[in-house]
Design a protein around this ligand. Structure first.
Ligand code: UDP
Ligand code: MN
Length: 435
């Protein structure tokens, strides 16, 4: 998603500075001390979120300040802090709130979840929607990939390529073009998440025909967001894919979010396949600079070039990074909230990314291996052809039935563009050719 397009966002979280990571460390230690039994990193993170999102540490009175003189320091802790901690523990451990604290819990995140463009705080709830799987296949039917037998690639980590898609007249052409790119990529599982309520049987057939291992799921955008401007495009879809990865306990391989309308260089796949934590690379054709991506010095990511910062710590496009699943699985609160423009940022915050961990790819971020191409979108037309001519006497019957199934065009007896059928440069009545 090109976050950079959402110039009109009203709430802009404060940009964090370079000290953020240091501050995070401090709070993690503070929380870990409070709860010695919480040994895991994530548990500590959770308490850190608790502490920071509620502003707790600021509100802790120091002994001698705002405290009855007779209370000993120890009693003070017993009477105030411990009960408060227990209450907050239960309140904040609800899945809803955990979801809201999907970021790394500093003040920026608190801002990020404020009501915004009609999208309220509940938009960030945990990944717990029902998951509707339409069809899937783990079989790879390709004999040869890039001139080598499939078996030659057996040791490579799998790339989980997540494609949000939605019904419109360009859907099938987009997915077809993308499929013919992915056919060249070994060890890839294509997660196609369609933004509609029901399974589309046409898509089932199309996807299984390519021979690429795939999972097709129906993941509609919640109806309350449909009318929002901007709408969280592709978010329900990506959330469904994240849930699928979680449910399958996949801790091996690499996750990549690849929209259906982008253009992918085959070298991208070799670049992201060895991602250890999070790799990043520039995306072409993003917003005002026609590019978005990391700034790299001495082989390290030091900053970001993107024309729409808006307080984002990670001002990158959805197509500009890949994530290792072993790394991601350490963050059970991984999330992608319904917050247009901030999806990448909040997702990357939810997996605790630090700038020094980012692996620059594509010749130290000098190559463009993915393009944010956009296809012109138009309404599906109605074509005026009498149904009596859409029988088996010509190809037109099956052709229009197929176009209808693909959402490209439909035929009508009474309405729409008059269908001109011609020969030798001359249009004639339908009956002339078809009766
Ligand atoms: N998308 C979707 N539902 C929508 C609109 C978009 O699932 O209502 C998908 C779309 O197929 C694409 C991704 O979300 O894979 C991003 O949408 P789009 O390409 O329209 O946005 P862009 O990033 O180009 O602005
Ligand atoms: Mn797009």
């Amino acid at each position: 998603m090109p976050s950079a397009h959402y110039q009109a966002l009203a709430v802009e979280p404060q940009a964090s500075d370079d000290n953020d990571n240091d501050e995070e460390e401090l709070v993690v230690h503070w929380a870990a001390n409070l709860q010695p039994s919480s040994s895991s990193h994530n548990h500590a993170r959770y308490h850190k979120q608790l502490a920071t999102s509620s502003g707790w540490e600021d509100r802790l009175p120091t002994p001698g300040r705002g405290m009855a003189p007779r209370l000993s320091r120890r009693r003070y802790w017993m009477l105030l802090v411990v009960p408060l901690f227990i209450v907050c523990y239960f309140v904040f451990s609800s899945p809803l709130l955990l979801g809201q604290a999907g970021g790394d819990g500093d003040d920026d995140d608190a801002n990020n979840f404020e009501p915004h463009n009609g999208i309220d705080g509940t938009t960030a709830h945990a990944l717990n929607e029902p998951l509707l799987i339409c069809s899937d296949s783990s079989d790879d039917h390709r004999l040869y990939i890039q001139d080598k037998p499939r078996i030659a690639y057996a040791q490579l980590p799998i790339i989980y390529f997540v494609t949000p898609t939605y019904p419109r007249r360009e859907q099938i052409p987009e997915l077809t073009r993308l499929a013919y790119t992915l056919l060249h990529v070994p060890r890839l599982h294509w997660l196609v998440a369609n933004d509609q309520e029901k399974c589309d049987t046409f898509l089932d057939t199309l996807l299984s025909g390519f021979g690429i291992p795939f999972t097709h799921m129906a993941s509609p955008m919640p109806s309350k967001f449909r009318k929002s401007k901007p709408a969280p495009r592709g978010v329900a879809n990506r959330r469904a894919a994240l849930l699928w990865l979680q449910q399958h306990n996949l801790t091996n391989g690499v996750l990549y979010f690849g929209d259906d309308d982008n253009t992918y260089d085959l070298r991208l796949f070799s670049e992201i396949r060895q991602t250890q934590r999070v790799s990043m690379f520039p995306v072409g054709l993003i917003a005002d600079y026609a590019v978005s991506g990391p700034v790299v010095r001495d082989g390290k990511v030091v900053a970001f070039l993107d024309s729409w910062v808006a307080g984002r710590r990670w001002p990158v496009d959805m197509a500009g990074f890949a994530v290792n699943l072993a790394y991601m699985s350490q963050y059970p609160n991984v999330n992608m909230p319904y917050k247009p423009g901030y999806e990448e940022d909040l997702f990357l915050r939810s997996i605790g990314l630090r700038i020094d961990q980012i692996e620059p790819r594509g010749n130290n971020c000098t190559d463009i291996l993915v393009w944010h191409t956009q296809t012109k979108s138009k309404k599906s037309p109605v074509v005026n052809v009498e149904s009596k001519y859409l029988d088996g006497r010509s190809n037109l019957g099956p052709l229009f039935r197929s176009l209808k199934l693909m959402g490209v065009a439909s035929a009508s007896d009474t309405a729409g563009h008059a269908a001109v059928i011609s020969k030798n440069g001359k249009g004639r009545s339908h009956s002339y050719f078809l009766s």
